[in-house]
Design a protein around this ligand. Sequence first.
Ligand code: L34
Length: 285
Amino acid sequence: MANLIDGKQVSTAVKEQVRQETEKLAETYGKRPGLAVVIVGNNPASRVYVNNKKKACETVGFQSFEYALPEDTTQEELLELVQTLNADPSVNGILVQLPVPEQIDDKAIINAISSEKDVDAFHPENVGRIMIGDYAFLPCTPAGVMELIDFTGVEISGKKCVVIGRSNIVGKPMAMLLLHRSGTVTICHSRTQDLASVTRQADILVAAVGKANFVTADMVKEGAVVIDVGMNRLENGKLCGDVNFAEVEPKASWITPVPGGVGPMTIAMLMKNTLTAFKKQNGLV
Ligand code: L34
C-alpha cells in the first residue's frame, strides 16, 4: 500500500508562503505582484486550468489580468498583446496558455515574452539558464514535481530516476532538475526499446506521456516513488493520469493521485515564480 502524495496539501502550503510574503511586500511597498494570463480559443481543459490560475492569484493576493482572445486570433494580434504586456509595469508575469490554435506559432510567442516576465520559464534564455543551473524561474510542472518528491522525504541523490516523456515543457526540464539533485536520470520515450525493463529500475518514476493508464504494474519496481504528470480526459469526462493508479498503487511506496497531485502544484509554482519576478523587477532580490 502506497502513501498518497497530496498535491492539494503541498500546493496549499506553497501558496500560503507566497501569500504571507505578498502581504508583507504590499505593506512595505504598496504594490502587489501582477500576473497576466492569455488564453486563445475555446479549449475546455485550458479554460479550467486558467480559471484555477485566476483563483490562485486571488488566494495569494496577486493582481490578475485575464485576456481571453477568440479562436481566430492571428499571430500578429497575439504578438501585439505580448508587447503591450511586456511594457506594462503592473504586469510582472506573462503566461500564454498552451496549446494555441494552429495558425499561431507557439515558439514565436514564447520568444516574444520578456525573459524577465516569463514565469513559465519556456523562453530559450530561461531554458538555457536551467541547463547550466543559473536560473530565476523553474518551469512550473517540473518544479512542482520536485516539491512533491521532497514531500516524501525520499532522497534523490544517487537514485535511479526514470522520466517517461521528452517534451520541452515537462520531460526534458524534469530530467535536468533531477540531475541537478544528483539523480541518475534516464529519459524514455516512444522509441525506447523494452520500456518496462527500464522503468522497472526506477526508484523514482515520473510519467509525462499523455496517455491514459499507460504505466502498468509490471513497469514499476516494488517500493518506487511514482509521480503522475498525466492529465487525460476520458470520453466519460473523467480525468485520468498516465499511471494505472489501481494497479500501481499497491506496489509503490508513494504515489500522486490525478486529480489532486501534480496539477495543483503547477499552479502553486506559478505563483512562486510570479512573486520572484515581482521582486526581481522591483530590485528586491
Ligand atoms: N503556458 N501552458 C502554459 N503554462 C502551463 O503551465 C501550462 N500547463 C499545462 C497546459 N498548458 C500550459 C498547465 O497550466 C498543464 N497545466 C495544468 C494546470 C493546472 C491543472 C492541470 C494542468 C489543474 O488544475 N489540474 C487539476 C484538475 C483540473 C481539472 O479538473 O480538469 C488537478 O487536480 O490535477
